[in-house]
Design a protein around this ligand. Structure first.
Ligand code: ARG
Length: 447
């Protein structure tokens, strides 16, 4: 039986172990490869300050790289009597290398180890989310351009309001993703600072070279103050969750629109048949379950910042085991959002739109403001024109003129989709993912 890293003369009660480990063995599987990368940087630094010999560094590096390979192949396991990924990796090293394996934990604690694992994990997962998001962004702009001339009613209070278009509708969600990307960039900047070396939260009397591990792990900078580095646990997750929630809110709103516009009572869009589901009793049904589940999944992601806030609220400074619980909902959220984005991209690309919505007379009043504006341009004061058109409508004398002339930026006739794409590309280009890819390749000897 593998004892705990911290076990001395007393063996811990089995029920207490079950209670405290909880889902950690499962959750730490998300972190495994990053735990190894963090250790690769840590041991290179330990050698540079004389705490490992060059030979010890070589064997430890080889062994950690081979553990990384096991993780990549899917064969890595956290054994039943091992507490967490940090203990498992150290156990594998000591089984193989004996005393040399026992040296790697000098100058660190599992507290800064899990902090650095989380930051490395989040950085990579933000890249995956952004890849998926960029796919959706392109699909939305493509559809906006394709259907830029197809009109639809715009609503306020769910009452027919003014003319809108599919160009505007699709493009609106693309531009929403621009702002979400800005929020993700802010979160990424918070993540991209190195907490390693803060140890249990108060540093170490070893002369750790934190600038070296910062460089080796491809971080932009470090969390300098060791107490603050530890205070980042929970805070970083909350900030990142807020950014994920921002993307999820955009997608949830799109999903609701899509369900509504696909309903027979609107009939504005049609989802591809193969993406709808049937009913066990009503033979005619083609339900938009994909968008309904998208909405619910997105709402779960939007609950995440609140859940993290409640778990971590009112904790004083310093490490607490409470923080472990954040992993359970936070770590799986990235793959969930990436899946959602991929599915919604397919739906958006393949849905078709009704190009003849306005032939239905129930929408004719949406041209009322066009008529008011026409009279105003002819010289009638706006308020008088408004009143005249209102009275005409009441008397049943209103004749809509469906010719539109919306020319200002962001309107039906001037979508500015190239500007929206420009904004997105500019923010996207400010993420330097290559920097950490190169750092990881170097640590793994794959350059
Ligand atoms: N599983 C722990 C967590 O996620 C790892 C750190 C353990 N540290 C401690 N002092 N018990 O927080």
């Amino acid at each position: 039986m593998a004892s705990k890293l911290w076990e001395k003369s007393v063996t811990v009660n089995h029920d207490v172990e079950t209670y405290t480990v909880g889902l950690d063995r499962e959750m730490d599987m998300y972190l495994a490869r990053y735990d190894v990368l963090g250790s690769l940087a840590h041991i290179a630094m330990l050698e540079s300050i004389g705490l490992l010999t060059a030979d010890e560094l070589r064997v430890l590096t080889d062994e950690l790289r081979s553990i990384y390979g096991v993780i990549e192949s899917g064969d890595f396991k956290i054994e039943d009597d091992v507490e967490d990924v940090h203990s498992q990796v150290e156990l594998m090293l000591t089984r193989k290398l004996g005393d040399i394996g026992k040296k790697i934990h000098s100058g660190r604690s599992r507290n800064d180890q899990v902090l650095v694992d989380l930051k490395l994990f989040i950085r990579s997962k933000i890249e995956d989310v952004i890849d998926a998001m960029t796919g959706l962004f392109s699909a939305l702009l493509e559809q906006s351009n394709r259907y830029k001339d197809v009109l639809m009613p715009g609503y306020t209070h769910l009452q027919v309001a003014m003319p809108s278009s599919f160009g505007l509708w699709f493009g609106a969600y693309a531009e929403s993703l621009v702002d979400d990307l800005t929020v993700l960039k802010a979160a990424y900047s918070v993540v991209n600072r190195n907490p390693l070396g803060s140890a249990a939260g108060y540093g170490s009397s070893f002369p750790l070279d934190r600038a070296m591990t910062t460089r080796l792990l491809g971080f932009d900078s470090m969390d300098y103050n060791v107490v603050y580095a530890q205070m980042g646990r929970g805070k970083v997750e909350r900030i990142v969750a807020q950014a994920l929630a921002s993307v999820a809110a955009t997608v949830a709103k799109l999903a609701f629109d899509a369900c509504m516009f696909n309903s027979q009572n609107f009939g504005f869009i049609k989802l591809p048949d193969q993406y709808t589901t049937g009913s066990s009793i009503m033979p005619h049904k083609k339900n938009p379950d994909v968008f309904e589940l998208t909405r619910a999944k997105c709402n779960k992601i939007q609950a995440l910042p609140y859940e993290i806030t409640l778990i971590t609220n009112n904790l004083p400074s310093g490490y607490f085991r409470d923080l472990q619980m954040v992993k359970e909902s936070f770590l799986p959220a990235f793959d969930s959002l990436t899946d959602i984005l991929a599915m919604v991209t397919r739906m958006v690309s393949e849905l078709t739109v009704n190009t003849d919505i306005l032939s239905d007379s129930r929408y004719s009043l949406m041209f009322s403001v066009e008529e008011v504006n026409r009279l105003t341009l002819e010289g009638m004061p706006f308020r008088d024109a408004y009143k005249k058109v209102g009275l005409d409508i009441e008397k049943g004398d209103f004749k809509p003129d469906c010719n539109l002339a919306h020319t200002h930026e962001g309107s039906i006739g001037n979508l500015c989709n190239d500007k929206i794409a420009g904004l997105y590309d500019e923010i996207l280009g400010s993420f330097d993912f290559e920097k950490f890819h190169t750092a990881f390749a170097n640590l793994l000897g794959r350059k």
